[in-house]
Design a protein around this ligand. Structure first.
Ligand code: UDX
Ligand code: ADP
Length: 478
């Protein structure tokens, strides 16, 4: 089973960067990334490399290097599947909104559609690899669809055969290229040694042998969910202690440092913040919850569900304390929101804590001036389910009397701060650490408040600028 042509279905946050790095590391392979979404493909083919559909540090340079050589983006789903020895399925698997398992189970309709496309268009032998985060036993679904197409072919010449592998992606947005180029491990789950070996040969181009772990297919699927659940659990744990720090006078940064230096605990994923976001953590935990309930393990389900519940509570806690500090009302007040992405160095807003916090403040009647270096206005409008104001608040002081929450897209940090009663920092973008707080203080309406939910600002400089200051988990100042 020698791999020459790879087709990846889904040109999103996982498929795009992963295939770009494989193309770069394996110049002898031809990689085709296909997607139903024509605009997305058009953007991947844009000659202005700052306009790629995904922002990831380092990604544009590699796309520039490989695109048109051994990396191609197109909507030619049929042709590229036909031609492929190996197909990665890398499509979205959002949580189901209705029906059985609503709110917990993943909606597999896109994965199912892909399996049907592969069953219909593939020729000869094809290795099908699950790349998207999927509930355990999805491989079974894919297999049953693929293997049903066996029977359609009586002619030996055109017979189709398949192997199904699980190869979950562990990249983290914002550091995707680094994570792909130097992974902690590559996990491959499967049944047939030959197929596993074929996929290993792709990774061996740059990943040391000892980092390639082989398991059975179910362990591989479950390991992905478990890794994300463990990481998310650490964040909920530290955020719960953060609230206790604020109540007792302790400082979460000191507590994190103290516990993180225990080698059994380790220092990563102990940064307290507004709550985890991103497309994976919540979805994967809810999958575990669904799975545990399904197999009659309600205690296990409740344990994991509490990680998501605490995350929700943490976001609510922050919006409530902002309203409280602003004298019990934010109605008609201008509030600067710094950062909307779920973390720095990405334009992704899926499950961002900013969405819920902004919605709460809009509900209270605030006028939000939202700034983010990479997230576009139309994405924020979609997330908040509200179109932005067309004209700036500064020209419409009358909005202060409005009781209806509104938002405006701030093109600069300065615009967002001018006349604001409060600044709420929600994403840890580097550029927010360079704000001149003396100047900011002159621009803002007094008394002004700064809320740092990511602990990246310098408290001394802010306090010296006559600004009121709150930061997460700091019991000494709250
Ligand atoms: C995560 C996993 O890390 C990755 O392995 C998996 O493949 C996909 O899901 P991602 O969601 O891209 O990656 O980003 P991650 O860095 O894990 O951050 C997730 C959320 O947790 C972000 O909102 C981040 O701000 C938050 N976080 C992270 C904290 O609040 N504190 C921390 O210490 C770390
Ligand atoms: P992820 O973060 O998992 O990569 P994204 O939503 O960013 O998720 O990307 C998934 C991509 O998969 C989208 O661009 C979507 O258009 C594409 N997609 C979904 N179903 C299909 C399908 N049946 N065939 C081709 N592309 C698909």
């Amino acid at each position: 089973m020698k791999i020459k042509n790879i087709c990846c279905i889904g040109a999103g946050y996982v498929g795009g960067p992963t295939m770009t790095v494989i193309a770069d590391k394996c110049p002898d392979l031809q990689i085709d990334v296909v997607d139903l979404n024509e605009k997305r493909i058009e953007d991947w083919n844009n000659n202005d490399f700052t306009k790629l559909p995904i922002y990831e540090p380092g990604l544009a340079d590699i796309v520039k290097r490989r695109r048109g050589k051994n990396l191609h983006f197109s909507n030619l789903i049929k042709e590229k599947i036909e031609n492929a020895d190996l197909v990665f399925i890398s499509v979205n698997t959002p949580t189901k909104k209705k029906g059985v398992g609503a709110g917990k189970a993943s909606d597999l309709k896109w994965v199912e559609a892909c399996a049907r496309q592969v069953a219909e268009f593939s020729k000869g032998h094809t290795i099908v690899v699950e790349k998207s985060t999927l509930p355990v036993r999805t491989a079974e679904v894919i297999k049953s669809i693929l293997f049903a197409s066996y029977n359609l072919n009586e002619d030996k010449e055109t017979e189709k055969t398949f192997d199904v592998l699980s190869n979950p992606e562990f990249l983290s947005e914002g550091t995707a290229i680094k994570d792909l180029e130097n992974p902690d491990r590559v996990l491959i789950g499967g049944e047939k040694e030959e197929a596993i070996e074929a996929l290993c040969s792709v990774y061996r181009c740059w990943v040391p042998e000892e980092k390639i772990l082989k398991t059975n297919i179910w362990s591989s699927e479950l390991a992905k969910l478990t890794a994300n659940a463990f990481l998310a659990q650490r964040i909920s744990s530290i955020n719960s202690i953060s609230a206790l720090c604020e109540a007792t006078g302790a400082d979460i940064r000191e507590v994190s440092r103290a516990i993180g230096s225990d080698t059994r605990i380790g220092s990563k994923f102990l940064v307290s913040g507004p709550g985890f976001g991103g497309s994976c953590f919540k979805k994967d935990i809810l999958n575990l919850v669904y799975l545990s309930n399904h197999f009659g393990l309600p205690e296990v389900a409740n344990f994991w569900e509490s990680v998501v519940e605490l995350n929700k509570w943490n976001q609510k806690r922050i919006s409530e304390l902002i309203v409280k500090k602003l004298y019990g009302s934010v109605s008609g007040k201008k509030i600067s929101i710094l950062g909307f992405a779920f973390k720095a160095n990405t334009n992704d807003t899926r499950e961002s804590a900013a969405i819920n916090i902004c919605k709460d403040l809009l509900e209270e009647g605030a006028i939000l001036y939202i700034h983010d270096p990479k997230v576009e206005s139309n994405q924020i409008a979609k997330d908040l389910n509200l179109e932005p104001l067309k004209e700036s608040f500064t020209e419409h002081e009358s909005l202060r009397n409005s009781e209806i929450g509104n938002w405006y897209f701030a093109n600069s940090i300065r615009e967002s701060l001018t006349g604001a009663d409060a600044v709420i920092l929600l994403t840890e973008w580097d550029e927010y650490t360079c704000i001149d707080w003396r100047e900011a203080s002159n621009l803002m309406r007094k008394p002004s408040w700064i809320f740092d939910s990511r602990s990246i600002l310098n408290p001394e400089k802010i306090k010296a600028s006559c600004l009121n200051f709150w930061r997460i988990g700091d019991g000494s100042i709250n």
